[in-house]
Structures are given as C-alpha cells and as structure tokens.
Design a protein around this ligand. Sequence first.
Ligand code: SAH
Ligand code: SF4
Ligand code: F3S
Length: 468
Amino acid sequence: MADIINTAQIPNKQEEYTELLKDILFIRANNSKPKALVRTYGCQQNVADSEKIKGMLEKMGCSFTEVPEEADIIIFNTCAVREHAEDRVFGNVGALKACKRKKPSLLIGLCGCMMEQKHIADKIYKSFPYVGLVFGTHTLHKFPELIYNAVTTGKRIVERGNDDGNIYEGLPIHRDGSFKGWLPIMYGCDNFCSYCIVPYVRGRERSRKPSVILDEAKKMVSAGYKEITLLGQNVNSYGKGLEEKTSFAELLKNVSDIDGDFYVRFMTSHPKDASKELIDTIAANEKICNHIHLPFQSGSDRILSQMNRRYNKERYLEIVNYAKSKIPDLSLTSDVIVGFPGETYSDFQKTLELIKEVEFTSLFTFIYSPRVGTPAAKMDDPVPYEEKSKWFAELLKVQEEIAAKRCALMVGKKYRVLVEEMTKNNLLSARTQNNIIVEFEGKCELIGTFQYVEITQARNWILKGKLL
Ligand code: SAH
Ligand code: SF4
Ligand code: F3S
C-alpha cells in the first residue's frame, strides 16, 4: 500500500473552475457576494476538511453565514462513526427543504464520511431530492469542479467511492480559529478495529511529507497561532511508506523546535503504537503539551481482542505508567465503548477498574453503535440497550468522582494557560497545558494570549482561578 503513496498538487483545472465560479455564483446570488454555510459533524479530521472546503469557497468569492435562510450554498460535512451522528444529519437535512422551496437557486451539498457508505448515499439521493451535490472524503480536491457541474448543468451530482491513495496538497484553507489551528499529518486508517467505520470511509493510511507539514506549521506560527494540534487517526504510525523516514516522535520534536511561543498538541494516539520514544519526546520538550489522549476502549482483554485493538490491559498500563513516571503533571484522556457485542457485566467491571487505576482527567464515552459492513455488526449482541445504558450511567458516575478529585488537587497551584474565549457569564475561559479549563475574570483583549493563573476553586470539574 505504502509504495503507491503519491503526493499530488491540486490540478490547475480546479483553479480554472474556481475562476469561472466567481462570476457564476455572483450572478446566481442576484449580483451580490454569495454566502455559504458549511456545517461540520464529527471529529477534527472533518473540521480540518471543512476548513479546506471553506478555503475553496472563499476563492470562489463566497463569504460565510451560520443562517440557512441567508445562504446560497449549504454544505454539510458528515460523520458516520455512530448512528446518532447520522441521525442528526438526516434530521437537519430534512429541515433544509423549506429553505430550498423559498430559494430555488440554493445549492445543498452533502459530503464527508457518511457519503462514502453506498447505502447512505443512495438513501440521501432517494429521500432528499433537493440535495444537489453528494461527494465523499476522497473527492474533496475536486470540489470546485463538482460545484461547477452542479450549477451549470442543474443536474444532481454524485461523486464518491474513489480512493486513489493520493494526498492532494496545496488546497486553500480558511481556518476557523486565529490562534488555535488543526494540522493534519496523515489521512485514513489501516487498523480496522472491528466496530469502526473509519477505515471504510476514510481509506488507506497515508502520511504527508514531513517537509510539507513543517512548512505549514511554520506558516501558522508566523501567522500568530499559539496552539497547533497535529491530527491523524493513529498518529503513532506516522511515516509508514514515506521516502524520508521520520517517526511521529521526530516529527513532533521538529514542529516544537520551530522558533516562537506556541504549544503543540496531537491526536489520536493508538496504544499499540505509542512508544517510549514518544513519551520521552513529550517529557523533553516544553512546547509539547503534557496531555495524551490515549483511547483504551475497554478494560477487558477478551473484549479488546474481539475489538481487534491489538494490545491488552497490561500493555496499556505499561505505557501509561511509563508516561506518568516521565511527564510531570501529565493529564490522560481516553475514549471508551460500553456494550460492545458479547460484553458481559464482568467485562464492563474491568473497564471500571482500569478507569479507577489510571485516573483520567476526562473521558469520551460511547454506547456501542453497530455500523453496516464492520465485523462487529455481525457479532451476537444479546445485552439490551437499556441494560447498556445502566452500565454507561455507572461509568459516568465513577469518572465524575475521579475528575472532581483531580480538579480539587489543582487548587492553590499556578498554571500557564492559553485564553480561549469569553463565557456567557463574562468570565475568560482558558486551557492549561494538560487540557483543563479554568475560568477567571479578565478583559477580552487577553483572548489568544498566554497568561498565568492561580486556581482558587474547583467546582466539580470546572476550575475557577485568578489572573496573576
Ligand atoms: N482513531 C481514533 C478514534 C476515532 S473514532 C482511535 O483509534 O482512538 C472516535 C471514537 O469513537 C473511538 O475511539 C471509539 O471510542 C468511538 N467509536 C468508534 N466506532 C464506534 C462505534 N461503532 N460505536 C461506538 N463508539 C464508536
Ligand atoms: Fe477506528 Fe480503530 Fe482506526 Fe481509530 S484506529 S479510526 S478506532 S479503526
Ligand atoms: Fe466521523 Fe469520519 Fe471522523 S466517521 S469520527 S468524521 S473520520
């Protein structure tokens, strides 16, 4: 697989379509600047893709809106990871029917992971005749051409299911944030965890060249970004198949070596590939945040094996304990699935034991959701959903107590934080290196800057502080 990786520049053709679209979209919007709404569902990978879609729309002359009634183009970038995510998209697309009726020139497009599943794309095509454009994750670089075809032919355009193994560099990016930015380092996933749809909808794993990533990171730092998050489904396997051999730990260090005052984060780490070299790199470099998101999914070795995760609890704890011993004030977060097919209450208890042993700062918890085409969807799943929900509630309670205890330990300590936003209660909200939110009084000019705060109070898992 690796040796077919190919890094292509966007074909000039797309730039030509973009030029033509400037006039076409302007005229379609009654001789005014066309407005686009891009809504993103799912993970940061999708957020990063949406930033490229916005980048391309901006080049076509569009400005952006959050109000569907104002928009001339609406794009939903969808997520297929759980049924709930898909249901939200179906509901929200249904609600666009009225907009299309009021403004027949409105172009509605659906893209992203859901569209890479044939049964879903077929359902959209049949059930939502007012959706004019459907494209998958592998056709993002052809977005200008697809829009052009949709608006000039008036026909419904569907383009999906063609993973050519390429990485298309050079797409324009319109970043959502001005001081926190996403930087994809790789695409796709080869792990095929038995419950997961991602490898089917995102294609084979491929890494961007280190030089391209470093260039982009340097540009972000020069543009004033204070936090760069390196993205991939399994960042620890970065570099497979590249001519220039680079491990993820090396890449991380090289990014953090760029001159400037900024933090580096990364996600997601897969425990099977998390190396001691990675932990040592985090420990040795101040700009790399002391936070690791390390999904364990289950604490039962039997279930981990059924999930095809390729590590066991012992290996997980080994890397966690090594990290705790090397990285001061380390914060660990994780993803957990409750109610995998065949999981018993005794398996679930092992998940709780692991949670109590590691003491995570926070958890992303999910009830198992069967995904068409994955091996787990064919496994026997005798435990009813109501029972799984009870286990889920039990897990949340255990984690809440751990989080509250961890937060209480921070009271009285001083932290350097990146100020992110103003809350509804007129407090500044900031994040510590180890990814904990602190709220305190201060002026909005501080948003996007590093500040020092002292933690004065821990209310459940929300920390209050004062500016130093
Ligand atoms: N690549 C990342 C995770 C991507 S998906 C990793 O391997 O850790 C994000 C999370 O969604 C997963 O970690 C998992 O906990 C959850 N998830 C994925 N498929 C799921 C499913 N079918 N049902 C419930 N949760 C699922
Ligand atoms: Fe899904 Fe597993 Fe790949 Fe993560 S590593 S995206 S859970 S298949
Ligand atoms: Fe969802 Fe696709 Fe991410 S399925 S979780 S948006 S890779």
